[in-house]
Design a protein around this ligand. Structure first.
Ligand SMILES: NC(=[NH2+])NCCC[C@H](N)C(=O)O
Length: 705
């Protein structure tokens, strides 16, 4: 076995010179005007800044550091600099893979294709084995055997040995060993983990954002309720999942266009306008209750449409005049949309969703005739029974059991599919999206597959150039395992659902406030905490599941104090915050500041955590190492989240983080220990990562509970 030392592949990469001195002032902290004794001291002195930023995968790293060549303790010290914020922080796993790919390139014999590194994190239950495992040796040996006499290897183990011998010198890996037939276990350098944890405090958690989405334009279509219809739990799921993805993409450097593809166009507007007209004639305005409850209004209009021939006739004519651009019809359509819009925005305000841009189906109306015409002219669509249809590749009207995509109905009207074809084209050609994401229930999968496929055949979408994904999600079920409904069988109103969660939290927190804190929290504080916890619990209960599975909506479960719930995590964060207060690193006033600030960071009394003006984390116990490793794996988790479009990965990570922290806190004395500064730094680092993860899930943090 060979121990690989510092001086990595990246040493060969161009680096900007190391600054000779660096001063760091946490700007937000100062801007908030703290008491002088809390003013952070300047961090001066430079040390070898952690190598994390230099692991660079593709593209030149923005690098301002030299490779570490000093003692491990020195390596763990941090000198933050202005340049540091521009640092790239690729995922650990990618850096490990890159090293193994270099090694593989050197050992793969002629006649065998280039090998991608098969590297996976080691299950932390087996932490003694290492942090990552590279599993290429066995498969590569299998390929080499086919070379017969030209196979240079005797066994998979020999392949593993060759890979290790070819591993470039680097700063990342402390130790490697071969297990079993040829698994390579990899242990990372402690100093690197320590440095990463410390830098989160000096440079902010954004420093650790992965760079895989930098400069990418991502268009996320989510929420997308329908005008004059109830915004139901499905739309709530879409809103919560889409918002979390939007936040995560943004954090990872993408420019996000969040689109609310509201169902604001279609034949139903004929009857809605006519009904509105009649209501007005009867002296009722849009702010009248009978109209503002649009669901009821819709039902009335529908009933009349089904029962009154004269009304039906007018409604049909109205659709034509509306689609023909008649001013008066458009004005009334607008009026109806406005009523819905007001209702939707109430939900968005509650959920803290404010980046969504409304671009409803109506936006694409002018492009629809052209869309169909082109599909016909290139032969992707054909006329069938008076309608224009896109059949699956190789299928036609004579094939049985095929459901074509209808792009123009036999009455000449356009539908959902046509709008989506126009929208995908617009998002690629005009908006220049690199990734297009659509968040709806899995029930719409066929629709998405259908128009994605048509867009590809029409050459409007090149999958090599643009990533297009339907992010489907499962149903919300009631505790009886059936579709979530009220006892009377109606769909559950979103507002009342959130209200109930908040009210239950209010009861719990008030009780705790009296019992455990002697009423220390004011009435307002209790209400605010209940709001954060109630909304947080609903969001988290939704996000923590693998999105494609159905989940059971249960207040009891989502409000449990233990286990993978928002309540547990909010408590976990509050406990860390309170330790920092107890140690004098932060104070109550600082927490108030944190609550109002954009990044939620508590102003810190830096003297309490810096050693000789430097932020230094010492790793002396396995629990400290496990915690620091988990923190350093944030970029890897985020890449994973976006690759699979799975926000539940963030929940998993956050829950594990809370657990690693809890083992650390149980085993390692913080306040009053020799390691107090280092450990407090680790606490603050943990708190920041916790807050960032909560924020990516759309959940606010609590500092005291
Ligand atoms: N581009 C899209 N199709 N977005 C999703 C729209 C969702 C649709 N309005 C619904 O309520 O089901």
């Amino acid at each position: 076995m060979r121990t690989v030392h510092f001086s990595a592949s990246f040493v060969r990469r161009p680096c900007r010179p190391l600054p000779t001195s660096a001063a760091f002032v946490p700007t937000r902290t100062l801007a908030r005007g703290m008491k002088t004794h809390f003013a952070p001291s300047l961090l001066t002195g430079v040390g070898p800044v952690g190598p994390l930023g230099c692991w660079g995968r593709a593209g030149p790293p923005a690098c301002a550091m030299a490779p570490f060549r000093g003692s491990p303790a020195a390596a763990a010290s941090v000198a933050a600099s202005a340049a540091a914020s521009a640092m790239d922080s690729p995922a650990l796993i990618s850096a490990v893979k890159e090293l193994f790919e270099e090694a593989l390139a050197a050992v793969v014999p002629a006649g065998i294709p280039t090998q991608l590194a098969m590297v996976a994190p080691t299950d932390q239950k087996n932490a003694q084995l290492g942090d990552y495992q590279c599993n290429n040796a066995m498969a590569l040996f299998g390929m080499c055997k086919k070379l017969g006499a030209d196979n240079p290897f005797k066994s998979p183990r020999a392949v593993a040995e060759a890979i290790l011998a070819a591993l470039p010198e680097n700063e990342l890996i402390k130790k490697t060993d071969i297990a079993g037939p040829g698994f390579i276990n990899v242990t990372l350098n402690d100093s690197l983990l320590a440095t990463t944890a410390a830098r989160i405090v000096t440079d902010g958690v954004a420093w650790l954002a992965p760079t895989s989405r930098k400069g990418k334009k991502v268009i996320i279509d989510y929420s997308s309720p329908n005008v004059a219809k109830e915004m139901h739990v499905g739309h709530l799921r879409s809103t919560i999942i889409g918002e979390s993805l939007a936040r995560t993409y943004t954090f990872c450097g993408a420019s996000v266009l969040a689109l609310n593809h509201v169902g604001d166009w279609g034949t139903q507007f004929g009857m809605l306008i006519e009904h509105l007209n009649d209501q007005k004639a009867a002296g009722k305005a849009t702010d009248d209750e009978s109209v503002s409850d649009l669901t009821a209004f819709y039902k009335q209009a529908k009933a009349r449409f089904d029962e009154e021939d004269e009304f039906k006739d007018r409604a049909r004519k109205r659709v034509t005049t509306l689609q023909g651009g008649d001013k008066e019809s458009l004005r009334m359509w607008q009026e109806i949309c406005d009523v819905s819009r007001k209702e939707f925005s109430k939900v968005y305000d509650r959920l803290d969703v404010n980046r969504l841009e409304e671009r409803g189906e109506s936006f694409y109306n002018p492009f629809l005739p052209e869309t169909v015409k082109e599909l016909l002219s290139i032969g992707v669509a054909i006329e069938s029974d008076g309608a224009v249809c896109v059949f699956p590749e190789g299928k036609g009207p004579d094939d049985e059991n095929v459901a074509p995509l209808i792009v123009r109905k036999s009455d000449g009207g356009f539908g959902y599919a046509t709008t989506d074809l126009a929208s995908i084209r617009h998002r690629i050609d005009v908006e220049k999206g690199d990734e297009l994401v659509y968040v709806t229930d899995v029930g719409q999968s066929l629709h998405f597959q259908g128009f994605f496929d048509a867009a590809k055949r029409a050459k409007w979408w090149d999958p090599e150039k643009t990533r297009v994904e339907h992010v489907g999600f499962g149903l919300v079920l009631g505790e009886d395992g059936k579709r979530f409904r009220t006892r009377s069988g109606d769909t559950v109103k979103l507002a009342s659902l959130l209200d109930e969660a908040v009210s239950r939290c209010h009861d719990n927190i008030s009780q705790r406030n009296e019992e455990a804190y002697g009423g220390k929290m004011s009435k307002d504080e209790v209400s605010e905490a209940a709001r954060i916890m109630g909304y947080g619990a609903c969001k988290y209960a939704d996000l923590k599941n693998n999105r494609t599975s159905n989940y059971v909506f249960s207040y009891d479960r989502m409000l449990e104090l233990k286990g993978n719930t928002a309540v547990y995590l909010l408590y976990a964060h509050a406990r860390v915050a309170q330790i920092l207060v107890k140690a004098g690193v932060a104070d109550e006033a600082g927490m108030k500041v944190a609550l109002e600030s954009a990044d939620g960071n508590i102003p810190l009394n830096m003297d309490k955590i810096l050693e000789d003006g430097k932020a230094v984390v010492h790793i002396t116990a396995p629990q400290e190492r496990a915690l620091a490793l988990h923190i350093a794996r944030l970029p890897e988790m985020l890449d994973d989240t976006l690759d699979g479009l799975n926000p539940h990965r963030i929940c998993e990570y956050l829950y594990e983080l809370a657990n690693f922290y809890s083992s650390f806190y149980t085993e390692c004395r913080v306040v009053g220990s020799d390691q107090q500064k280092s450990r407090l730094l680790l606490c603050e680092s943990t708190a920041r990562v916790m807050r960032k993860c909560l924020d990516l899930l759309g959940i606010e943090a609590l500092y005291r509970l």
